[in-house]
Design a protein around this ligand. Structure first.
Ligand code: PLP
Length: 366
């Protein structure tokens, strides 16, 4: 039987985004300008409690510039999870610092605060949790560790626009927090990133670094990059920002439906006092995960994703940082996780088909 394929992610871009891009093109001002400034302010107000935010050309640039602005460099260590997208550790390595990989706790797939504390050395400059899949890391415990050892907190909130921990939005805890605006994330600007900054000095440094080290033209103060966002991208982002709350609510409702109806697999849980924005809806399949991925696609036309099959500390690019490391919870997660579609473009029929497919395969021991 052939049915329409249900994709694992689906960026929703419509007439309003197109009109916003057209207006920028018609204005003749397409590089960084008033749209970027407006996007930064609106993002700050809506998502990080009014902190100063700086727009850049990707989430990865945001992490990189945030770390540089925080003074991270050669000789420093930054604690990161291994169970994440490689951009987390890449950004640390690109500053010349050493990423120190630490295990996750098994419930929410985020940094394990006890393991973080055990990994602190006199070189540790900061801790960079990832709010993976849209669920916040335990910021209470992690802030406690950071305070006891006098190290900084940085946040990779690439997947967690709008998530909160004990009433505080993610991205408002660390010296900086980064949100990605890549098309598969909860909102997009085409490509892009937002850096939420703890104070005006961090914000000033990120602004300098994104623009060749200049605040005034040709008066370069520091060595910088060109990581600016364009007004074309900001115009798309502003429209998406207005739709984000409704999309997030739909993701949460889709997740609730899946959790209510799935059987034979481990469904996601939400920590007390946390809001989960379900960038991914990630289940654990104890046996035969890869077979389930294949059969979901071939027999039920249901797309799914494995984020992430190879822990960062075993990637060819990063393994020299930790040649002998064993992270047991990270390894189990890499073997068991499977992310099902949860995006706001799903229909009621799609959700029913996902449930029917997973339950049939789980029952058959696929
Ligand atoms: C997407 C992502 C990034 C990088 O963001 P880009 O906008 O793609 O550069 C970093 N960290 C995590 C956890 C991500 O999911």
């Amino acid at each position: 039987m052939t049915r329409e394929f249900i994709p694992p992610a689906k960026p929703i871009v419509g007439d309003e985004e197109r009109a916003a891009v057209d207006a920028v093109l018609a204005s003749g001002q397409v590089a960084s300008g008033p749209e970027v400034a407006a996007f930064e302010n609106e993002f700050a107000d809506q998502l990080v409690g009014g902190r100063t935010t700086v727009a850049v050309n990707s989430g990865t640039s945001g992490l990189h510039l945030g770390l540089l602005a925080a003074g991270v460099g050669p000789g420093d260590e930054v604690i990161v999870p291994s169970f994440t997208f490689a951009a987390t550790a890449n950004s640390v390595a690109l500053t010349g610092a050493t990423p120190v990989f630490v295990d996750i706790e098994p419930t929410y797939f985020c940094l394990d605060p006890q393991a973080v504390e055990a990994a602190i050395t006199e070189r540790t400059k900061g801790i960079m949790p990832v709010h993976l899949f849209g669920h916040p890391a335990d910021m209470t415990e992690l802030a406690g560790v950071a305070e006891r050892h006098d190290v900084a907190l940085y946040e990779d909130a690439a997947q967690a626009h709008g998530a909160t921990w004990q009433g505080t939005p993610v991205g408002a805890f660390g010296a900086f927090g980064m949100f990605s605006l890549y098309p598969t994330k909860n909102m997009t600007s085409g490509e892009g990133g937002m850096v939420s900054c703890v104070d005006d000095e961090v914000a000033r440094q990120v602004r300098l670094l994104r623009n060749q080290g200049m605040e005034r033209q040709y008066a370069n103060e520091v060595i910088g990059l060109n990581n600016r966002m364009t007004d074309l991208h900001a115009a798309i982002g502003r429209v998406q920002l207005r739709k984000l709350a409704v999309w997030t609510e739909t993701r949460r409702q889709n997740a609730a439906y899946l959790s209510e109806h799935l059987e034979g697999v481990t469904v996601p849980t939400i920590a007390d006092g946390a809001t989960h924005v379900f960038h991914q809806y990630t289940i654990r399949v104890a046996e035969g995960r890869d077979e389930m991925v294949r059969r979901l696609r071939e027999e039920f036309q249901v797309g799914s994703g494995v984020y992430y099959p190879i822990p960062n500390h075993r990637l060819e690019s990063l393994r020299h940082f930790a040649p002998q490391l064993d992270l047991p919870q990270t390894e189990v997660a890499a073997r068991e996780v499977l992310s099902l579609p949860v995006h706001p473009a799903l229909s009621a029929g799609d959700l029913e088909r996902i449930v029917e497919a997973v339950n049939a395969l789980a029952k058959a021991g696929a």
